[in-house]
Design a protein around this ligand. Sequence first.
Ligand code: AMP
Length: 379
Amino acid sequence: MSHPIRPGATLGLLGGGQLGRMFTLAARNLGFRVHALDPGHDCPAGQVADFEVRAHYNDVYAAQALARGVDVMTVEFENIPSSTLEAVAELRPMHPSAFVVHTVQHRLREKRFLAEHGFPVTPFREINTEADLQAAVAQLGLPAVLKTASFGYDGKGQQKLDATTDLGVAFRALAGQQGILEAWVPFELECSVICARSSCGESAVWPVAENAHVRHILDTTVMPARISSEIALTAQSMALRIAEALEVVGILTVEFFIMADGELQVNELAPRPHNSGHATIDASITSQFEQQVRAVCGLPLGATALLKPAAMANLLGELWPKDGEPAWERLLAFPEVKLHLYGKTEARPGRKMGHLTALGDTAQEALDLVLEARAVLSD
Ligand code: AMP
């Protein structure tokens, strides 16, 4: 192995939300220091990092100044301009690379990359004009989903189109941004695979996660997914091949739609730990966050085996009363449920404030337990 970055070194992080916070906590457990850059005040990662820089992601000078004080740079989310990532990469190793982040931060680039490398993706069309949208609807049929090509997550910038939709209104809602029209996928189940690839080329993959969304936002995940071992192996091997094709160093999450006949379609990629992998903190030998540290530092990867089947339930802002905090003592009365809060002071509907994890003898038992525990907060 060539020059691993060892504990005691300092890691630089672009993005300071909850993913960055959990990365930072894992890095600190391993004896690293973390410097984080985020545009917000009192960001979740900054609260636990050694050093926090408040700057916009397009502030190349701030990012370079941060890079000069660290040994390796990584990201907690993909909406960081390529110019910033390239500038940082001139000074320090940057994992994942600007190429990886640039490819997956734009739905058209991401889907084209996947299709060109032979991976199955949802049929799609590029939308720049209202005429493009009319033609795409004629080709792909309705229902369909119109999304902004960039900056979409948790259903933001997405519209479901059906026979009653006024296409002119739908196009104008893109507000000048480039769009992508996707055929509606009548999937049976959504799942994701999180895998890791280190700077030495070593790779590792977790069991498949089974995901349920409410209003386009992840609500619960169970791990392992309740699918056949054949589908699970296909999904895991496809995720590893995508990571290889992109030459990812770090973590890659691949979201899949599973069709009634067991076929898989890739929905989207994230070059980082993912909400559907949060259970790995309490349920796996190595969490997705610890693995990100190991991978970007060129250290050997940790085992990804689950200790037991697990479930995760998100805690969104709507669970917060108008003034103050939920009655955490009622939740903590479930001695086997683990509570993770991200240190966000302002609770808004749909905002990810924390999550719960439970283990069980079966995935269903773990899911029942986290749901029962979460329900006491809204009683
Ligand atoms: P995305 O941000 O693309 O992951 O979309 C968020 C969620 O919307 C997905 O997890 C699906 O539940 C749903 N969704 C997105 N695209 C499609 C599609 N083409 N067909 C059906 N459901 C979709």
